[in-house]
Design a protein around this ligand. Structure first.
Ligand code: IMP
Length: 223
C-alpha cells in the first residue's frame, strides 16, 4: 500500500513507540470486496482512505465465482458476501445492482445483465430495452444497488441506494456502462452516459449504498 509522508512519519514514530513498549504495531483492519471488477474496489479504497486495507477477490488465488441464484438484489449480495467471507479472514463487502423499469413491472431488475439474452452484453440489453419501451408513455425507472457486509460467513449489515429517473427513446452519450445511455436521472436533461463519471459518482445508487457502508465500517474500525 502507498503511504503519504505524514503516514510514513506516524508509522515510524508508532513503530519506535511500540518497540519501546515492547508491543506490536496494530495492523489496519482488512476489507475484501467480493468483485473481480477492479474499478469497484478502487472506488471503495478511495472512499475509505487510510483507515482500511482494501483488497478484492483478484488478490486471492482460487476463490470461486459465487453463483447469483437469488431473486432479489439483497439475496444475491448476501450470497456473494457470505460465500466469500467463509473463505477469507476479515470483512467482506458485496454488491448487486440493476435497473427497474415501471412499464416493465419493475424488470429487468436482478436479471438486468442478461435482459438481451446474453449475460453481460450491454448492446443487446439496451436494444431490447429500446424496443420494449417503444410507444410507451410511462417512462419512469430507477437504478438500485444493495450492499452487504459479512464476516466469517455471516451477513452483518446491508445498505441500499436508489436513483430515480426515466428511460429515453434512443441511446444518448458514450460514457458509463450498461444502461447509462438510456437513463436520465431526475433533475437532469442528459443521460448518465452524457453526464460523465464525476456527476454519476455523486448521484448513483452504488455511491449512495457505499457512503452508508463506509460510515458503518468507520464505526467498526473505531471499536
Ligand atoms: P452488477 O451488479 O454490477 O452485476 O450489475 C448488474 C447489471 O445491472 C449490469 O450488468 C448493468 O446491466 C446494470 N447496471 C447496474 N448498475 C448500473 C449502472 O450504474 N449503469 C448502467 N447499468 C447498470
Amino acid at each position: 500500500m502507498r503511504l503519504r509522508w505524514a503516514d510514513y512519519f506516524k508509522n515510524l514514530v508508532g513503530e519506535w513507540w511500540s518497540g519501546y513498549l515492547g508491543g506490536a504495531m496494530p495492523t489496519l483492519p482488512r476489507l475484501i470486496v467480493a468483485t473481480r471488477n477492479p474499478h469497484k474496489s478502487s472506488e471503495i479504497r478511495a472512499m475509505l482512505g487510510d483507515t482500511w486495507e482494501v483488497l478484492d477477490v483478484n488478490d486471492f488465488a482460487q476463490l470461486p465465482v459465487i453463483e447469483e441464484t437469488g431473486h432479489t438484489f439483497l439475496e444475491n449480495a448476501r450470497l456473494k458476501a457470505q460465500g466469500i467471507s467463509r473463505l477469507v479472514a476479515g470483512w467482506v463487502l458485496a454488491d448487486d445492482s440493476g435497473l427497474e423499469v415501471d412499464a416493465l413491472g419493475g424488470g429487468p431488475g436482478v436479471w438486468s445483465s442478461s435482459f438481451g439474452g446474453e449475460e453481460g452484453n450491454h448492446a443487446k440489453n439496451n436494444a431490447r430495452l429500446v424496443s420494449a419501451m417503444r410507444g410507451q408513455a410511462v417512462r419512469g425507472a430507477r437504478f438500485r444497488c444493495t450492499m452487504v457486509l459479512a464476516k466469517a460467513g455471516i451477513a452483518q449489515a446491508d445498505f441500499c441506494g436508489t436513483v430515480e429517473g426515466r428511460i429515453t427513446d434512443e441511446p444518448q452519450g458514450e460514457g458509463g456502462f450498461g444502461y447509462d445511455p438510456l437513463f436520465i436521472p431526475d433533475g437532469y436533461q442528459l443521460t448518465f452516459a452524457e453526464l460523465g463519471q464525476n456527476i454519476k459518482n455523486r448521484l448513483s445508487h452504488r455511491a449512495q449504498a457505499l457512503t452508508q457502508a463506509v460510515g458503518w465500517l468507520a464505526g467498526q474500525a473505531q471499536n
